[in-house]
Design a protein around this ligand. Structure first.
Ligand code: ADP
Length: 483
């Protein structure tokens, strides 16, 4: 409620404003620290200078007395002091100049410079301590002016015989300090203003590419034009990197979308044929038909429904593999799996035209880590293809060998082979060398893309060698479980 009333909530404050304010705050703190340090050092130096001048003057008095054989008589002393300090002008507290007074141990003034006599107080405590041999420096306030005062024990013949009180008005120092204060304040304000402005400008310059990037991405999200790319800044800084990453993401997104579109188009195309056949047969069945025609129409319809079912199953399998979530991981005894598939293959190896021989060469136990159902599908697809594209009398050989850390499964056939120009494409979805032949033999055009997907999901790969008219060999390499 309070936040709403005040108009600005923290979340509404832009990054730019936050950066500029943060920058200004840091700048202000650094500036203030610097100015305070400068001020304190300057003040200390000026005070030190005054204190040194006071001590010098006290020592001059001491030396003058030693020259005059410790003559503390006031006339003699007064003339010395007259030489050492200025005469009265009436402006002692505002004009530079040293004021001197020699005080006896009884507290009585023995001699004093003319400019001090009336206005200079004596601090009894400091005087006492000076009499006891310590030199005391203190600041006292006279009227509006601070005066620095030194109480210096005058040692003559090894004893403290009197105290020299030396004072100097700090008026000039105070004026210097006050001018310095004003200068620092004005200079600080100017520096702060330019720091704020500079910070604002700098953050605007630095964040401009981010703004452009946001606008472009928002535009892409709004229009769905995934072929657009965000502008690439010339400098390869963090924002340049972000732009590159965005563009990589858009590339991938576009690729996925294109694949998705192609899959939908291909699937529709694949479904159109069987649906048309089904519709024709259903129309036929709606009429009076001789029983042989009726049986033929029904058989053909069932075949088409089977084809569509296989297609849908393959598509579901691919979608599952895409999601990558359904993969189980367990140890799979590959030789047992290959042997079981070879047995099943015998059942499909005999068709109307005759029989193909199934040969199994898998003796060594080999364990891989993966999903047994998917691996079964992978091997079955290869064996089914080998049987499908091998004429009667041919041979299909399943072999399993181990090469170090890799299990190598080969499915070799003595079939029709694949023309070399088709080899690079046969693992693509719906790619067929001979579409009508594949359809007639019950192929969906998805078998090999499923093979590749499963092999890659298991950290493996698949390759093919083929000679037209002689046969093909598909090799799947999978990492084995370390012994
Ligand atoms: P399909 O369902 O058509 O068999 P696949 O993806 O399994 O689809 O295979 C793609 C194409 O590769 C097939 O249509 C066929 O032309 C060719 N092919 C696959 N395996 C063999 C093989 N063992 N011998 C000859 N051609 C093959």
């Amino acid at each position: 409620m309070l936040g709403e009333q005040s108009g600005i909530r923290f979340a509404d404050v832009t990054l730019r404003l936050r950066l500029a304010l943060g920058y200004a705050l840091l700048f202000l703190i650094a500036l203030a620290l610097l100015e305070v340090a400068l001020y304190v050092v300057l003040q200390g130096a000026l005070e030190d200078e005054i204190d040194n001048a006071l001590r010098d003057r006290a020592m001059q008095v001491e030396r003058a007395l030693i020259i005059t054989n410790n003559d503390l008589s006031s006339e003699r002393l007064s003339s010395d002091i007259f030489v050492l300090s200025p005469t009265s002008t009436g402006h002692e507290l505002t004009a530079p100049g040293i004021h001197l007074r020699v005080i006896g141990l009884d507290g009585q003034t023995i001699a004093a410079s003319s400019n001090i006599a009336t206005r200079f107080p004596t601090d009894e405590d400091a005087l006492d301590r000076a009499i006891r041999g310590r030199s005391i420096t203190e600041s006292v306030q006279i009227s509006d002016t601070t005066v620095r005062v030194l109480y210096w024990p005058l040692r003559l013949g090894g004893r403290v015989r009197a105290v020299v009180q030396v004072g100097e008005s700090m008026h000039t120092t105070e004026r210097t300090m006050s001018e310095t204060r004003s200068l620092l304040l004005i200079g600080g304000a100017i520096a702060l203003a330019s720091g704020l402005g500079g910070g604002w400008w700098l953050t605007r310059q630095s964040l401009r590419p981010v703004q452009r990037l946001t606008e472009t991405v928002a535009g892409i999200a709004e229009t769905g034009e995934f072929n657009r790319r965000v502008p690439q800044p010339e400098v390869h800084d963090e924002i340049g990197q972000l732009a590159i990453t965005f563009n990589d993401l858009l590339d991938r997104l576009q690729l996925l979308l294109d694949r998705q579109r192609a899959l939908v188009a291909d699937t529709s195309h694949e479904l159109r044929n069987p649906l048309m056949v089904l519709r024709g047969n259903l129309e036929l069945l709606g009429h009076e038909l001789p029983s042989t025609d009726r049986i033929e129409a029904t058989t053909e319809s069932i075949e088409e429904v089977d084809r569509m079912t296989r297609l849908v199953q393959d598509l579901l399998f691919l979608a599952d593999a895409d999601a990558d979530s359904a993969i189980q991981h367990q140890d799979v005894a590959l030789e047992a799996l290959v042997a079981a598939i070879a047995e099943d293959a015998v059942l499909i190896a005999t068709r109307d035209d005759g029989t193909r021989e199934i040969v199994l060469e898998a003796n060594d136990p080999i364990v891989v880590h993966g999903d047994i159902e998917r691996l079964r599908q992978l091997i079955w697809n290869l064996v089914e293809n080998a049987v499908r594209y091998t004429p009667a009398g041919g041979t299909v050989t399943l072999a399993l060998r181990r090469h170090g850390p890799v299990a190598e499964l080969t499915v070799n056939d003595t079939g029709i082979g694949i023309p070399p120009e088709h080899l690079p494409h046969i693992f693509e979805r719906f790619y067929r060398v001979d579409t009508s032949r594949s359809r007639a033999l019950g192929g969906t055009g998805l078998g090999l893309s499923i093979v590749r997907q499963i092999a890659e999901a298991h950290g493996g790969q698949v390759r093919v060698r083929s000679t037209l008219g002689e046969g093909s060999t598909f090799t799947v390499a999978l990492p084995v479980v370390a012994d």
